[in-house]
Design a protein around this ligand. Structure first.
Ligand code: FUC
Length: 351
């Protein structure tokens, strides 16, 4: 086709022997990640003037990821989010997991996918470069039933789209909800907090939380609340809102939004006027947690600045573990032999 192909995938050894991969396309967009935790350490995309800057939170020192309590950039599983009372039931049997946040289980606990070393296999096609990450979560490791084989693929294309595909299969009925925990900040190199990020979400309902951030069992309509992003609004509106649900999570958002239609499509649009950057999220996940970093550890040395609340926003596309108690929403259950196949595409552009 006469296309001069310059897309590259390079690999280097970092702290502790962790491998860092760098994907780069012809526009100069760069995505970097580790085999450790599948952690995305940087995403560089152009502003409206073509200036490449980093749009995710990442540590200044790679070694700091060994104590990544805020899950910066991490691949989260087997079940992302909170499992109430760290227990769930399948086929009449109760399975108990580690209680790593009060009485609850959060983000896979200490055997979570965010701190395992994934097997990494780089690949390239005519118009993409990527790395396929694989991992087996063995039966009996932490209370989950069955061996779970997981493959997560990170792919960059020529149109500034970064795709994450998630595949999993278990030999017993189990629970799975995979996501990525990148904190986005489209201002570039942490120039600003995310207050002025304008977000549009195809969602009419969200899940109410209690003070432990555990679902109450109520699915609430967004209409007439700061949770109504259907026409788009600034994150600042909810950070400052007096709505009981914004206040409960520490002023902001840490909530699961159900998408109106879970078929693969653009579900989220994020724009940042100052830089002119935009990000569209397409997914076949049924919803997402939007977390505005209300409780981000302050004072951590990050690439480009120091951490503080509201410095990033996570869009954790996934099914919700709240489905273990609520049978009206899409389930995290995966039957033995069933194929879990999810895809989320983050496409960057300019206003
Ligand atoms: C998000 C939130 C949690 C937690 C974690 C680091 O997924 O739902 O509240 O703070 O990230």
């Amino acid at each position: 086709m006469g296309i001069l192909k310059k897309m590259t995938c390079t690999q280097e050894s970092t702290y502790n022997g962790w491998q860092q991969f760098t994907l780069e396309n012809d526009q100069g967009m760069v995505v970097q990640f580790l085999d450790y935790g599948g952690i995305i350490t940087s995403i560089q995309v152009p502003d409206r003037n073509g200036k490449l800057e980093n749009v995710v939170l990442g540590f200044e020192q790679v070694s700091d990821y060994s104590h990544n309590t805020n899950y910066l950039g991490a691949l989260v599983g087997p079940v992302a989010g909170r499992i109430a009372q760290a227990a769930f039931e399948i086929n009449g049997q109760t399975y108990s997991l580690e209680k790593n946040e009060a009485n609850h289980h959060l983000h896979g606990g200490s055997n979570g996918f965010h701190q395992v070393i994934w097997q990494a296999a780089p690949f390239e096609t005519a118009q993409t470069v990527g790395v396929r990450l694989t991992h087996r979560h063995p039966a009996g490791l932490d209370g989950h039933p069955g061996n779970l084989d997981v493959a997560v693929t990170y792919t960059l294309d020529q149109n500034n789209a970064f795709t994450i595909t998630y595949e999993a299969v278990s030999d017993q009925d189990t629970v799975v909800a995979l996501t990525n925990h990148s904190y986005f900040n489209l201002s570039g190199n942490l120039q600003d907090t995310v207050h002025q990020h304008q977000v549009t979400i195809n969602s009419e309902k969200f899940i109410e939380l209690d003070a432990d951030l555990i679902p109450t069992g109520q699915v609430l309509p967004v209409a007439g609340t700061p949770f109504d992003f259907q026409q788009g609004h600034y994150l600042a509106d909810g950070i400052a809102a007096a709505h009981e649900q914004n206040v409960t999570v520490g002023n902001g958002y840490d909530h699961y939004f159900l998408f109106r239609d879970p078929a693969f499509q653009a579900q989220v649009l994020v724009t940042e006027k100052q830089s002119g950057r935009t990000m569209t999220i397409e997914t076949n996940q049924p919803g997402m947690v939007m977390y505005t970093a209300n409780a981000l550890t302050e004072g951590m040395p990050l690439a480009g600045g120091t951490s503080k609340n509201y410095l990033g926003v996570c869009f954790e596309t996934q099914a919700s573990p709240a489905s273990l108690e609520l049978d009206t929403i899409p389930s995290v259950k995966l039957a033995a032999g069933e194929r879990y196949e999810k895809k989320t595409v983050f496409t960057f552009g300019n206003l």
